[in-house]
Design a protein around this ligand. Structure first.
Ligand SMILES: [Zn+2]
Length: 319
């Protein structure tokens, strides 16, 4: 399986969205698109998504035909792109907008991630990342003057003519790695996580660092393990609020665990048999199935002869 195919298995990734970069500066086109009855709108209040819930888990996550009234109330209007014949936009609000739909409620993207189809999950990850970026960049970081949105939401420009600084949406790279040695994998847990939950070693890439050296540094800092081989796995947008998770597999050249930086409450080696037993007994749980961390562990676990990891995931997933 190549990297692209592997990435498409990850939730929040889809290859069917045309982001319409060429249309972002065409204000006439954007105005028509906003009033097109076929256009679809995701509504976000702060960083939560408006859903209309008349049945479990939800009945509606986008809205059409009410665009101009809704857009006029929005603090930001963002063109997400086209999927088949529909244009998708994100509309951002600080409070629930006034519109004619019943049973509206707010939810976190994580709460509905496993219910969404790939296009919806990718569009909503994009929407959430963009909306949060707009909320956090209302003022110019160079001179402190208010900024305004332009280019269909993909740029904010400083309104101080003497400055005019352009601000672009940011993505923060973070590495996540499954370390193995012989027939065991290395998992750790942070004290703030739900009891028994274990996951991969992960952390943000620092300025001046390559992805691979970030992998080696994070594993050393958190577990004291040295690596002898590092291989790329796949990536996943993780807009909680603005990360791009870059997944790796690595082989350890040492076994003794030392939690050097104290970030982890515990780190340990698991054979597949030990992991299967702990999951079956409920003493250990895995990351949510929509996360790249689960995929990394799953790909390793399922390559053995202990069955499939999903068969041991508790019915009620921890978010
Ligand atoms: Zn400025």
């Amino acid at each position: 399986m190549d990297d692209y195919t592997r990435a498409l298995r990850n939730t929040f990734v889809a290859d069917s969205i045309d982001r319409l970069h060429q249309n972002r500066e065409d204000t006439d086109w954007l105005e028509k698109a906003l009033s097109d009855p076929e256009s679809r709108f995701f509504l976000l209040v702060k960083d939560s998504i408006v859903i209309t819930s008349e049945a479990s888990p939800y009945s509606q996550i986008f809205y059409s035909g009410i665009a101009l009234a809704l857009a006029s109330q929005a603090t930001s209007v963002i063109l997400l792109g086209r999927v088949e014949e529909h244009l998708y936009f994100a509309l951002a609000y600080e409070e629930m907008p006034v519109f004619d739909a019943k049973n509206n409620q707010l939810c976190d993207l994580r709460d509905i991630a496993t219910d969404l189809n790939p296009d919806e999950s990718a569009l909503l990850a994009q929407a959430k990342g963009m909306v949060v970026w707009h909320r956090h960049n209302q003022f110019c970081s160079v001179c402190g003057t208010p900024t305004r949105s332009t280019e269909a939401g993909y740029t904010r420009i400083c309104t101080n003519p003497a400055c005019g600084q352009l601000h672009f949406p940011r993505t923060d790279p973070a590495v996540i790695v499954l370390v193995t040695e012989d027939n065991r994998c290395l998992l750790g847990r942070q004290a703030r996580w739900a009891k028994g939950r274990y996951s991969n070693i992960a952390g943000f890439v620092e300025p001046g660092e390559s992805l691979e050296t970030a992998v080696a540094r994070e594993v050393w800092e958190e577990t004291g393990i040295r690596l002898e081989a590092i291989h790329y796995h796949s990536s996943q947008p993780w807009t909680f609020p603005s990360s791009l998770m870059l997944g790796f597999n690595a082989t350890a050249s040492s076994r003794t665990i030392n939690r050097n930086d104290g970030e982890l409450e515990d780190a340990r080696w698991f054979t597949r048999e030990e992991l299967r037993t702990a999951l079956s007994q409920g003493t250990v749980s895995m990351p949510s199935t929509y996360s790249i961390s689960f995929h990394l562990i799953e790909d390793w676990f399922d390559a053995g002869d202990c069955g499939e990891l999903r068969d041991y995931q508790p019915l009620t997933e921890m978010k």
